[in-house]
Design a protein around this ligand. Structure first.
Ligand code: ZN
Length: 151
């Protein structure tokens, strides 16, 4: 009887623990290994002086955030791809919602608005690039509590 109750408690605990999906973990800047710990010390990317201030290790599972010195140089590729993907999306959205024509300067409005959006979203993108980059190397491990980290 006692055992049963303990099991119930365990189930409750697991349900209470909020484990994000891959995409939600990216958006919330969570550690890719446990998807619970925060990668950055300050959650708000718009506190610019703390933009790249990361935890050395994940506060939840202990995964190192910088696998090797200079690890995050590779994020340039990710942020480049993000920028392209974002611009393509806004371009398509603009095309569908506003329309494009060679007769007027609607295309230049898109260039301007897309540019402003990219500047405003830059801190978010820069962090997102780091989170995506780390997630290429560190895979989610449901059993992070019992299994040791690989990298
Ligand atoms: Zn973690």
């Amino acid at each position: 009887m006692n055992n049963l109750m303990e099991n119930d408690h365990k189930m409750d605990d697991q349900e209470k623990r909020k484990v994000y999906s891959y995409w939600a973990a990216l958006l919330h800047q969570k550690c890719p290994r446990c998807r619970e710990g925060d990668m950055f010390k300050d959650k708000n990317p718009y506190h610019l002086n703390a933009l790249f201030r990361m935890n050395d290790k994940c506060p939840v599972c202990g995964q190192r955030m910088e696998i090797e010195p200079g690890f995050y140089f590779g994020t340039a590729y990710v942020s480049y791809s993000l920028t392209i993907a974002f611009s393509v999306s806004t371009f398509v959205a603009w095309w569908v919602l506003v329309g494009l024509s060679t007769q007027d300067n609607r295309i230049f409005w898109w260039v301007g608005i897309n540019g402003v959006l990219m500047i405003v979203l830059q801190p978010f993108f820069m962090r997102l690039s780091r989170v995506i980059w780390l997630s290429f190397f560190v895979k989610y491990n449901q059993n992070w509590q019992t299994e040791s980290e690989h990298i």
